[in-house]
Ligand binder design. Structure first.
Ligand SMILES: Cc1cc2nc3c(=O)[nH]c(=O)nc-3n(C[C@H](O)[C@H](O)[C@H](O)COP(=O)(O)OP(=O)(O)OC[C@H]3O[C@@H](n4cnc5c(N)ncnc54)[C@H](O)[C@@H]3O)c2cc1C
Length: 399
């Protein structure tokens, strides 16, 4: 088969567009195939961690994101009975990041910033309404069958990056199992313009509240606070999406305050799944196509962006013929080895632990937090871990 001299990317979410941006700025032509008719508006990720901001800085996207977001230099754990249990300040790790804070900003802002920067570039092509269906490969490249405007089309490239989200057609077509489980609970996100900092003493922009019955967290983004609650399996979707149900949950957040103005309510299923491999020949999986996890700690999209940078840096080297031992595949295989391992060791493990901590009765978690806060070395290591710097270091160590 004849192969177009470019890299194909399925999906124009935050991960697919970061991959595109890193390839294009290094002179690699890219075609992004996006099933939707426009970039997604869905309100999902809203936290960007320090090393992700460092990566976006190199792509020229960090400053516009920060300008539209809310820098959050600290986060805290609280309980209803004890108030603030512990507060952590990213300034402690300012020696290892150019951005010692999280930025609270919706992921749809990032995709628009990147698209704006890429559009019109000679090496960048984005096809909306192009749903990837099937992937076939040869020794020289990858062929993708897409459904577009009711017709079937074929595109080809030297490599394919599957950034097409949790239901990835690329992953399915390659026959890669998505191993893991789905939690029995779902999560409900209620967004309100209410200013909680006026009524909760010492509240910071990111606050996790432990409770054995109905833990929740409060995440401030510009103009809105997102409050997330677990929903038990016996609470039906119909009940959960009733306005009075959201109000009843919100009424538990601050005693004596009820009838919130609610901007939107969204119910999510929650999974922990990792693809059996992130590479199959000339096709790769990144972001939610490769791994999904619960949103506690804000690591899904961030981890996906870390995948995209790791992989595309290798693809740029391969494109430019800079390879170790003349072997292109050896370098590319390290992507799967590094990123899959840290996904399991850090993202999956930490997000599960975060959920366990919040839903526990709090006794052991309070003790652990007190020990971490009392020890400067442990505080520093803890911040490296939650900011995801430790996972990037671990990937590097794997060589
Ligand atoms: C409530 C909630 C809160 C979250 N908060 C955070 C957070 O704070 N921080 C964090 O890091 N993560 C968070 N996440 C996770 C985060 O939203 C995802 O990890 C992130 O969206 C993954 O990006 P992606 O580009 O891999 O996939 P997606 O954002 O799902 O994008 C995939 C794209 O591919 C397109 N597509 C799908 N199928 C096809 C196809 N067959 N052909 C072509 N295109 C296709 C889709 O239309 C979409 O545009 C949260 C998730 C939820 C649900």
């Amino acid at each position: 088969m004849s192969v177009e001299d470019r890299v194909l990317i399925a999906g124009a979410g935050p991960v697919g567009l970061v991959a595109a941006a890193n390839l294009v700025r290094n002179g690699v032509p890219v075609t992004v195939l996006e099933a939707g008719s426009d970039l997604s508006e869905e309100s999902r990720a809203s936290t960007f961690h320090p090393p992700t901001l460092d990566m976006l800085e190199r792509l020229g996207a960090a400053q516009p994101l920060i300008a539209q977001g809310l820098p959050a230099p600290a986060f805290q754990y609280r309980s209803k009975q004890h108030g603030v249990l512990a507060q952590f300040d990213f300034g402690t790790i300012a020696d290892v990041t150019g951005h010692p804070y999280r930025v609270q900003c919706e992921q749809s802002k990032l995709t628009r910033i990147l698209h704006e920067q890429l559009r019109g570039h000679a090496d960048f092509e984005l096809q909306f309404g192009a749903q990837v269906r099937e992937v076939t490969q040869s020794a020289a490249g990858v062929q993708v069958e897409i459904a577009s405007n009711g017709r079937s089309e074929t595109r080809s490239g030297r490599w394919l990056i599957g950034a097409d989200g949790a239901g990835s057609a690329v992953r399915r077509s390659l026959g890669i199992p998505f191993e893991g489980f789905t939690w029995p609970e779902r999560f409900l996100v209620v967004s309100t313009p209410f200013d909680f900092s006026a009524v909760i003493p010492d509240l910071v922009a990111v606050s996790y509240v432990t409770d054995a019955v109905r833990w929740h967290f409060l995440l401030q983004i510009p103009g809105l606070c997102r409050v997330m609650f677990p929903i038990a399996p016996d609470e039906s979707d119909k009940l959960t999406l009733r306005p009075d149900f959201a109000q009843s949950l919100m009424a538990m957040v601050v005693p004596g305050i009820a009838n919130y103005e609610i901007a939107h309510v969204t119910l999510y299923k929650v999974h922990q799944r990792v693809a059996k491999t992130f590479q199959h020949g000339r096709a790769f999986l990144v972001g939610d196509a490769a791994h999904i996890n619960n949103p506690l700690g804000g690591m899904g999209m961030n981890g996906g962006i870390h995948d995209a940078i790791n992989l595309t840096t290798r693809l740029v080297d391969a494109w430019q013929g800079k390879t170790k031992n003349g072997s292109k595949t050896g370098e590319l295989e390290r992507y799967d080895m590094q990123r899959r391992l840290v996904t399991l060791e850090y993202i999956e493990k930490q997000s599960i632990q975060n959920k366990r901590n919040l839903e526990s009765d709090g006794t052991e978690f309070r003790r652990t937090l007190a020990e971490i806060v009392a020890d400067k070395g442990r505080t520093y290591d803890y911040l490296l871990r939650v900011s995801m710097i430790a996972s990037l270091r671990r990937a590097q160590e794997l060589g």
